[in-house]
Design a protein around this ligand. Structure first.
Ligand code: 5BU
Length: 252
């Protein structure tokens, strides 16, 4: 099914918006903006904003994070029509993750459209995040698989993520996976570890190409160093965007 037809299948406002953006902008590219200077992230968002559907952050690596930075990022996301995904990988009991998501230095629920979580704690992690995020229309991705060599997100872990996604499908919008994990088209699969030039890094990251990810049934490719680490990030974003979209058109 194409992204446009999948809008009506989900009740979650963020999932609907993501399908809309992907169909309208013709892009399934997410950029992992793993830069430590807020100004560099803003500059990157300005130059690649029109090419992406999602900008993924790790807010706790930004050394000069401020409310102004977050407000600028949100403004850019509205101006260029992309969603913000804070890759926080929550992994604690419900009460704790609810505080981590809504309070503290980062109060992510106020600015991040999408967050993700490990299923290790059991369904309480989903219930805690849902208690804060659902009323704001936010969406959660469960980590069904990971890209790094030797990871333990396999077998029963992955199966539990699939079961709980269905059970909490008003808030769980899909998965982090190296391939599509369920047939149900209301769920979105995002794949990290995508790079055209490299096969991996020296800390156990493993890469596939945009084509491999989309051919495996993924919906969104997540590219970090392949874009922000390129000499010409704007040109790299266009190259990944084209590769991802071409692969999608071939599938549908
Ligand atoms: P890279 O520079 O393209 O390797 O960055 C990949 C990004 O995706 C980085 O922000 C990781 O934290 C993130 N990631 C990942 O690489 N693998 C995973 O399984 C998950 C997230 Br979950």
């Amino acid at each position: 099914m194409n992204y446009q037809d999948r809008i009506q299948l989900t009740t979650n406002a963020t999932a609907k918006r993501l399908f809309e953006i992907m169909a309208e902008k013709e892009t399934n590219l997410a950029v992992a903006a793993d830069l430590t200077d807020a100004n560099d992230i803003i500059r990157l968002a300005q130059i690649i904003g029109d090419d992406i559907c999602v900008l993924k952050t790790h807010i706790d690596v930004v050394t000069n994070c401020s409310n102004d930075f977050i407000n600028s990022l949100v403004e850019l996301s509205q101006q260029h029509k992309f969603l913000i995904f804070e890759d926080r990988k929550f992994a604690d009991i419900g009460n704790t993750v609810q505080l981590q998501y809504g309070q503290g230095l980062y109060h992510m629920v106020d600015w991040s459209d999408i967050i993700n979580a490990h299923v290790v704690p059991g369904p309480g992690v989903i219930e805690g995040l849902r208690a804060v995020g659902l009323e704001k229309g936010r969406g959660l991705l469960l980590i069904g698989e990971m890209s790094s060599a030797g990871n333990l997100a396999t077998g029963e872990y992955t199966q539990a993520a699939l079961r709980w996604a269905e059970q909490y499908s008003d808030f769980v919008i899909g998965f982090i996976g190296m391939k599509r994990l369920v047939d149900d088209p209301k769920f979105i699969t995002m794949t990290p570890g995508v790079n055209l030039a490299d096969k991996g890094d020296d800390l156990k990251q493993q890469y596939v190409s945009p084509e491999q990810a989309i051919q495996g049934g993924s919906d969104v490719i997540i590219v970090g160093r392949g874009i922000y680490g390129a000499i010409d990030s704007a040109a790299a974003a266009k190259q990944y965007r084209q590769a991802g979209w071409k692969a999608y058109l071939r599938q549908s």
